[in-house]
Write a new protein. Structure first.
Length: 272
C-alpha cells in the first residue's frame, strides 16, 4: 500500500535505431514494464515520434538546439575557411585568420572575408525542404548546400556561422518572425545566456562596435558585404519581429555540440 518514486532511472536510447531515421518521421513507442520476483506488475507503452537528425524542431521547445546545426568541421566549411584566408589577404595584405588577436577591426575584416568566400559559391535562395506537417523544418547540411547551390535564410546563416566559428570568432544566430540572420561578436565575448531574449542586448553591443549583424540572404543575391552589414543593422531595429538569438559559443560551453551528420556518425555517437 506504500508509494515508491523512481528517479534517475538512467534510460538508454538505442542510437542505431535513431540513426535509421534518415528521411521522414517515424512513429514508434517506448515500452515500460515493472516486475517483482518474476511477476509482471505493470506494462505500459508511450508513443514516441522519431525525427531525422537534420530536422530542427523550431523555436518553440528549445531554440538553443539550433546551435547543434552549426557544423564547423564539415569539409566544405574547411574549404571556405581557406578561401576566406585568400580573400582577407587580397583585401588587407595578410592571410592570417587570427580570431580576436588582431582586435575588432581584424574581426570585422574576417567576417567580410568569410562572407565574400561564401558569396563566390553561387548559392541561390530556395524554400525549406518539405517537412510534412512536423513542427520546425529540415535543414540542409553544408555539403548539400554546396552540391545543389540552394539554401534558405536559416541555412545560409548556419553555414556562415560555421565558418566564423572555424575562424575562431563567436557567431550568433538571430531568429525573427519567419527569418534568420547571423551576428558576430567583434571582441572575445559572448552573451551571458545561450538564448538571448532581448534585442536591446544585441543593439547595445552593436552601438559599442562590439557586435555586427549580417543579412545572409545577401549571399544568394550577390549583395556585397557592406550592404549586407547595413541591412543587418536595420534588422536590429525590428523589435516587433524579434524572437530570440542563440549564442553559438555559449551553447558549446553548455554542452550543445555540433551534430555529426556525416558518415561514421553511429560509432562517434556511441563513443559519446
Amino acid at each position: 500500500g506504500g508509494r515508491l518514486e523512481l528517479n534517475n532511472l538512467g534510460l538508454l536510447l538505442n542510437p542505431r535505431r535513431i540513426l535509421e531515421v534518415t528521411d521522414e518521421a517515424v512513429a514508434t513507442s517506448d515500452r515500460m514494464t515493472v516486475s517483482s520476483a518474476g511477476t509482471l506488475l505493470l506494462e505500459r507503452s508511450y508513443p514516441v515520434t522519431l525525427l531525422p537528425l537534420d530536422h530542427w524542431l523550431g523555436t518553440a521547445p528549445y531554440p538553443e538546439l539550433l546551435a547543434a546545426y552549426v557544423l564547423p568541421n564539415a569539409e566544405i566549411v574547411c574549404q571556405i575557411q581557406a578561401e576566406a584566408a585568400r580573400e582577407i589577404e587580397q583585401a588587407t595584405g595578410s592571410a592570417s585568420l587570427e580570431g580576436y588577436q588582431g582586435g575588432k577591426k581584424r574581426a570585422l575584416e574576417t567576417c567580410a572575408a568569410v562572407y565574400a568566400a561564401i558569396r563566390k559559391h553561387g548559392i541561390r535562395y530556395a524554400n525549406p525542404p518539405a517537412s510534412f506537417g512536423q513542427p520546425g523544418q529540415k535543414l540542409r547540411r553544408p555539403e548539400t548546400i554546396e552540391k545543389y547551390k540552394l539554401a534558405t535564410c536559416i541555412e545560409t546563416s548556419l553555414l556562415m556561422a560555421a565558418v566564423l566559428e572555424k575562424c575562431g570568432l563567436h557567431p550568433v544566430l538571430v531568429l525573427t518572425r519567419n527569418h534568420c540572420y547571423v551576428g558576430c561578436h567583434l571582441v572575445e565575448e559572448m552573451f551571458e545566456e545561450v538564448v538571448v531574449r532581448s534585442l536591446q542586448a544585441l543593439r547595445k553591443r552593436a552601438a559599442l562596435d562590439e557586435f555586427v549583424a549580417i543579412e545572409t540572404t545577401g549571399l544568394t543575391r550577390d549583395t556585397p558585404f557592406n550592404e549586407a552589414e547595413k541591412a543587418g543593422r536595420a534588422l536590429l531595429d525590428e523589435e516587433d519581429a524579434f524572437k530570440c538569438a542563440v549564442d553559438v559559443v555559449r551553447s558549446r560551453e553548455n554542452g550543445i555540440r555540433p551534430l555529426a551528420l556525416g558518415t561514421g556518425f553511429d560509432s562517434a555517437y556511441v563513443a559519446e
